[in-house]
Design a protein around this ligand. Sequence first.
Ligand SMILES: [Ca+2]
Ligand SMILES: [Ca+2]
Ligand SMILES: [Ca+2]
Ligand SMILES: [Ca+2]
Length: 297
Amino acid sequence: MILKKYFFIIGSIFVLFSSCKDDEDTQESVIPLETQTPIDDEALVAYLKSHFYNYEDFEDAPEDDYDVEIKLDSLIGDNSSKTSLWEQVETKTIDLEKQDGNVVVTKLYILKIREGVKDKPSIVDSTFVSYQGTLLNGTVFDGRSNPVWFDLSNVIRGFREAIPLFSGGSYSIQEDGTYSFKDYGQGIIFLPSSLGYYSSSQNLIPSYSPLVFTISLYTSNPADHDSDGILSIDEDVDGDGNPLNDDSDADNTPNMYDDDDDGDGVKTIDEYDLNKDGIPDDSDSDGIPNHLDGDSA
Ligand SMILES: [Ca+2]
Ligand SMILES: [Ca+2]
Ligand SMILES: [Ca+2]
Ligand SMILES: [Ca+2]
């Protein structure tokens, strides 16, 4: 059996980390989301229809062979009869809310090569991934062939939304301290610029660049960023699937990072479930659990 062996390594600085939003001063020069979104989608669809990946290498490889690298190429010449990416991808739509409250629907495309066998991470979990990022013209702008840990709550939106569609694999610890992984998720994700860096350019990434990532998801860990006993994904009070936009006490620290969600001076962990029955306590029975209820007794 062929297994890949890795030490667990904590990531340092990568291009993947999300950059700050443009401030008000530069807003004038930024292309509106509703203008750029169809332009990006057209470019992505054209790319998907004119490219393929080395699916035959994966079909030919033994099931337990994880040494095949994902490669992308154009559908020209000898390769013109291959199956295009367009025929293999699935689509995920994301509603992007603008500052004026209007919503622009944007699409990312995902191609699952191997699903993986373990749990899927949430969009705010810690994930152990390897990846390579390219522009639509094939320029490689970043990559790690050995997996590193990423906190998905900290990375570009498209990565955060796409990685949880894959499952991690199983692993065993070897005598020399390395980890052997198998049966992990592998695939390709295709992002519009609005789910990447949009108007801000990075090193090798020009403004408004759609991005392509080949990824492997080895494993993941559920995250509790504020150590209050509630998993970060479960601090999604409004239930829209995104715990980064829930801030009960409006202090600009989302509940998942805030150890006192309702700002009443009592830490969440000290009022969440004191009788340990698995149900959040609600002393004044107003339907708002104590840890989110600033005026609970
Ligand atoms: Ca928490
Ligand atoms: Ca939410
Ligand atoms: Ca808060
Ligand atoms: Ca509190």
